[in-house]
Write a protein that binds this ligand. Structure first.
Ligand code: SAM
Ligand code: DTB
Ligand code: SF4
Length: 354
């Protein structure tokens, strides 16, 4: 495989396991070569997160402090007023973020909330920021409304492997998640999808999660790799720590198999050493959440991150580079629609015994 070969969607579990099994130095060297063929190796895309609706979620995701099924110390909050969101977005921009990601603890948005959410997108975008939202499952109408309001990215994570998924969430299925991702793509938005490591999954589950992400065609533009943040009161509060080297290997494999995607070193950085974070950047991570808070849990203080960037000679990626994919999004939406039509036609042909 050359460093600039076209992205593949047919990675087998054996291929992926073989990458994980490489000597660490060889794996990082390969990841770094691929990284440099597609990106400025010292540029890191910077996003800031805001929880726009917090807690009391009907879903039972075992990792999540916002699930109404568990008792955590979280303070619930209803949908924020637009002005408050815009104020936070303005502060994020002033601090150097290029993308503002808004998250809501919903199974899926209600249509009456969507009106307010659309206005948030318009006003945040008007500040010159890229916009991202994660609101749970969306249908075609909702996705089109968000896209028309100017939403650039929709985040919806696969979280783990298809096999392990039932151990973590019972209130929505893996296919529900894949369906939402297809819907988002068809609406013409860019896709942000990744998962969480350190939830007690095994090495095969990590390979299978990455395989599922790489099977998405096109690959998600953004792939967040989260290290579980263990929140007291959630069923995973005492999950066993994942060896940081295994986490870095997963980042490197994500970089290799999804060469054109931004791979985000996502939740869990507050608990991570600077050396582990430096290894993650070496392995090809090129995006972070920046700002003192994720959705409800902590993130490194902004000044600590600025110091880390200086120490490592990293710089925030400029928006122009992020925008390279803007015109591609419309073309990809068309491709996704065509692909769904083809799949439907094939199903009908099978049903008809053709
Ligand atoms: N409710 C929406 C949904 O689940 O699609 C959006 C918000 S939800 C909090 C967004 C993502 O945050 C989840 O899919 C999960 O991957 C991540 N997440 C939540 N709690 C986490 C934790 N404790 N540690 C790491 N990642 C977490
Ligand atoms: C993603 O993959 N991780 C972010 C964002 N996308 C929405 C959320 C992390 C949440 C960590 C737990 C919390 O702060 O509530
Ligand atoms: Fe709800 Fe999202 Fe948390 Fe699951 S991850 S409980 S859907 S907020």
């Amino acid at each position: 495989m050359t460093a600039t070969a076209a992205p593949r969607h047919d990675w087998t579990l054996d291929d992926i396991n073989a990458l994980f099994a490489l000597p660490f130095n060889d794996l990082l060297f390969k990841a770094q070569q691929i990284h440099r063929a597609h990106f400025d190796a010292n540029a890191v895309q910077v996003s800031t997160l805001l929880s726009i609706k917090t807690g009391a979620c009907p879903e039972d995701c075992k990792y999540c402090p916002q699930s109404g099924h568990y008792t955590t110390k979280l303070e619930k909050e209803k949908l924020l007023e637009i002005e408050k969101v815009v104020e936070q977005a303005r502060a994020a921009k002033a601090a150097g973020a290029s993308r503002f990601c808004m998250g809501a603890a919903w199974r899926s948005p209600r249509d009456k909330d969507l009106v307010q959410v659309e206005e948030m997108v318009r006003q945040v975008k008007a500040l010159g920021l890229e916009t991202c939202m994660t609101l749970g499952m969306v249908d075609g109408t909702q996705a089109s409304r968000l896209a028309s309001a100017g939403l650039d990215y929709y985040n919806h994570n696969l979280d783990t492997s298809p096999d392990y998924y039932g151990e973590i969430i019972t209130t929505r299925t893996y296919s529900d998640r894949l369906e939402t991702l297809a819907t988002v793509r068809e609406a013409g938005m860019k896709v942000c999808s990744g998962g969480i490591l350190g939830m007690g999954e095994d090495a095969q589950d990590r390979s299978a999660l990455l395989q599922q992400l790489a099977r998405l065609s096109p690959h998600p533009e953004s792939v967040p790799i989260n290290m579980l943040v263990k929140v007291p009161g959630t069923p995973l509060e005492n999950a066993e720590d994942l060896d940081p080297i295994e986490f870095i290997r997963a980042i490197a494999v994500a970089r290799i198999i999804m060469p054109q995607s931004h791979v985000r070193l996502s939740a869990g950085r507050e608990q991570m050493s600077e050396s582990t974070q430096a290894l993650a950047f070496l392995a090809g991570a090129n995006s972070i959440f920046y700002g003192d808070k994720l959705l409800t849990t902590g993130n490194p203080q902004a000044d600590r991150d600025r110091a880390l960037f200086t120490k490592l000679g990293l710089h925030p990626e400029q928006r122009e580079t992020c925008e390279r994919t803007d015109t591609q999004a419309a073309r990809l939406a068309q491709q996704a629609q065509q692909q769904r039509l083809d799949e439907r036609a094939a199903e009908l042909a099978v049903d008809a015994g053709v």
